[in-house]
Design a protein around this ligand. Structure first.
Ligand code: SF4
Length: 129
Protein backbone atom coordinates (compact mmCIF):
# COMPACT_ATOMS: atom_id res chain seq x y z
CA UNK A 1 0.00 0.00 0.00
CA UNK A 2 1.40 3.43 -0.88
CA UNK A 3 2.06 6.17 1.62
CA UNK A 4 0.49 9.48 0.67
CA UNK A 5 2.72 12.55 1.14
CA UNK A 6 0.69 15.52 2.34
CA UNK A 7 1.49 19.06 3.41
CA UNK A 8 -0.48 19.94 6.57
CA UNK A 9 -3.10 22.27 5.12
CA UNK A 10 -4.12 19.63 2.56
CA UNK A 11 -5.10 17.40 5.49
CA UNK A 12 -7.79 19.98 6.22
CA UNK A 13 -8.84 20.05 2.54
CA UNK A 14 -9.20 16.25 2.42
CA UNK A 15 -12.21 16.16 4.68
CA UNK A 16 -14.09 18.86 2.75
CA UNK A 17 -13.28 17.90 -0.82
CA UNK A 18 -16.40 18.00 -2.99
CA UNK A 19 -14.98 17.44 -6.46
CA UNK A 20 -13.92 20.99 -7.32
CA UNK A 21 -10.37 22.03 -8.10
CA UNK A 22 -7.89 23.68 -10.44
CA UNK A 23 -8.13 21.21 -13.37
CA UNK A 24 -9.63 17.83 -14.26
CA UNK A 25 -6.25 16.18 -13.56
CA UNK A 26 -6.12 17.84 -10.14
CA UNK A 27 -9.62 16.56 -9.31
CA UNK A 28 -8.89 13.03 -10.60
CA UNK A 29 -5.70 12.86 -8.52
CA UNK A 30 -7.50 14.18 -5.43
CA UNK A 31 -10.21 11.47 -5.68
CA UNK A 32 -7.49 8.84 -6.16
CA UNK A 33 -5.68 10.00 -3.01
CA UNK A 34 -8.91 9.98 -1.03
CA UNK A 35 -9.69 6.46 -2.22
CA UNK A 36 -6.18 5.25 -1.21
CA UNK A 37 -6.63 6.70 2.26
CA UNK A 38 -10.12 5.23 2.60
CA UNK A 39 -8.68 1.83 1.66
CA UNK A 40 -6.15 2.11 4.49
CA UNK A 41 -3.07 3.87 3.09
CA UNK A 42 -1.32 6.10 5.59
CA UNK A 43 -0.28 9.71 5.12
CA UNK A 44 3.10 11.28 5.83
CA UNK A 45 3.34 14.92 6.93
CA UNK A 46 5.71 16.73 4.55
CA UNK A 47 6.94 20.27 4.05
CA UNK A 48 6.32 21.99 0.68
CA UNK A 49 4.93 20.36 -2.47
CA UNK A 50 3.08 17.07 -1.92
CA UNK A 51 1.07 14.42 -3.76
CA UNK A 52 -1.82 16.86 -4.24
CA UNK A 53 0.40 19.68 -5.54
CA UNK A 54 2.07 17.38 -8.09
CA UNK A 55 -1.16 17.25 -10.17
CA UNK A 56 -1.90 20.96 -9.77
CA UNK A 57 -1.43 23.34 -12.71
CA UNK A 58 -0.08 25.96 -10.27
CA UNK A 59 2.79 23.75 -9.09
CA UNK A 60 6.29 24.38 -10.41
CA UNK A 61 8.55 23.03 -7.67
CA UNK A 62 6.59 25.25 -5.31
CA UNK A 63 3.12 26.80 -5.25
CA UNK A 64 2.80 29.51 -7.94
CA UNK A 65 -0.91 30.16 -7.56
CA UNK A 66 -0.03 33.80 -7.01
CA UNK A 67 3.16 35.82 -6.79
CA UNK A 68 3.65 34.80 -3.16
CA UNK A 69 1.77 31.50 -3.44
CA UNK A 70 4.30 29.35 -1.59
CA UNK A 71 4.67 31.91 1.23
CA UNK A 72 0.88 32.00 1.60
CA UNK A 73 0.38 28.21 1.61
CA UNK A 74 3.26 27.75 4.05
CA UNK A 75 1.32 30.01 6.43
CA UNK A 76 -1.70 27.71 6.02
CA UNK A 77 0.59 24.72 6.61
CA UNK A 78 2.03 26.23 9.81
CA UNK A 79 -1.41 26.92 11.25
CA UNK A 80 -2.78 23.51 10.25
CA UNK A 81 0.26 21.71 11.71
CA UNK A 82 -0.13 23.50 15.02
CA UNK A 83 -3.91 23.11 15.23
CA UNK A 84 -3.82 19.43 14.31
CA UNK A 85 -0.99 18.82 16.79
CA UNK A 86 1.19 17.18 14.14
CA UNK A 87 4.91 17.17 13.40
CA UNK A 88 6.82 16.97 10.13
CA UNK A 89 7.46 13.31 9.13
CA UNK A 90 4.64 12.05 11.34
CA UNK A 91 2.57 9.22 9.86
CA UNK A 92 -1.16 8.86 10.49
CA UNK A 93 -4.25 7.29 8.96
CA UNK A 94 -7.56 8.83 7.93
CA UNK A 95 -9.33 7.78 11.15
CA UNK A 96 -6.71 9.54 13.28
CA UNK A 97 -6.92 12.65 11.08
CA UNK A 98 -10.71 12.79 11.41
CA UNK A 99 -10.38 12.51 15.21
CA UNK A 100 -7.94 15.42 15.23
CA UNK A 101 -10.06 17.65 12.98
CA UNK A 102 -13.21 16.97 15.00
CA UNK A 103 -11.44 18.30 18.11
CA UNK A 104 -10.97 21.74 16.49
CA UNK A 105 -13.83 24.17 17.26
CA UNK A 106 -15.64 25.31 14.07
CA UNK A 107 -14.59 28.95 14.38
CA UNK A 108 -10.95 27.92 14.67
CA UNK A 109 -11.18 25.84 11.49
CA UNK A 110 -11.94 29.03 9.58
CA UNK A 111 -8.94 30.76 11.22
CA UNK A 112 -6.59 27.98 10.15
CA UNK A 113 -7.79 28.26 6.55
CA UNK A 114 -8.06 32.05 6.54
CA UNK A 115 -7.38 33.57 3.09
CA UNK A 116 -7.98 30.32 1.16
CA UNK A 117 -10.19 30.78 -1.91
CA UNK A 118 -12.16 27.61 -1.03
CA UNK A 119 -12.90 28.62 2.58
CA UNK A 120 -16.54 29.62 2.10
CA UNK A 121 -17.31 26.44 0.20
CA UNK A 122 -15.66 24.18 2.77
CA UNK A 123 -17.24 25.85 5.81
CA UNK A 124 -20.40 27.38 4.30
CA UNK A 125 -22.31 26.73 7.52
CA UNK A 126 -20.02 29.22 9.32
CA UNK A 127 -20.90 32.05 6.95
CA UNK A 128 -24.68 31.80 7.01
CA UNK A 129 -26.74 34.68 8.29
S1 SF4 B 1 -2.69 25.76 -5.26
FE1 SF4 B 1 -0.59 25.58 -4.50
S2 SF4 B 1 -0.71 24.48 -2.52
FE2 SF4 B 1 -2.65 24.18 -3.62
S3 SF4 B 1 -2.39 22.24 -4.71
FE3 SF4 B 1 -1.81 23.90 -6.14
S4 SF4 B 1 0.41 24.11 -5.89
FE4 SF4 B 1 -0.33 22.94 -4.11
Amino acid sequence: MRIVRLRPHHMMCLLNFGGEGYSSEFVRNFWEILECLELGSEMLVVEGGDDICRACPHFAGECRMSEKGEVFVRGLDRRALEKLGLKKNEVLDLKKLVEKVLKIPEKELAEVCSGCIWLRRCYSQLFKG
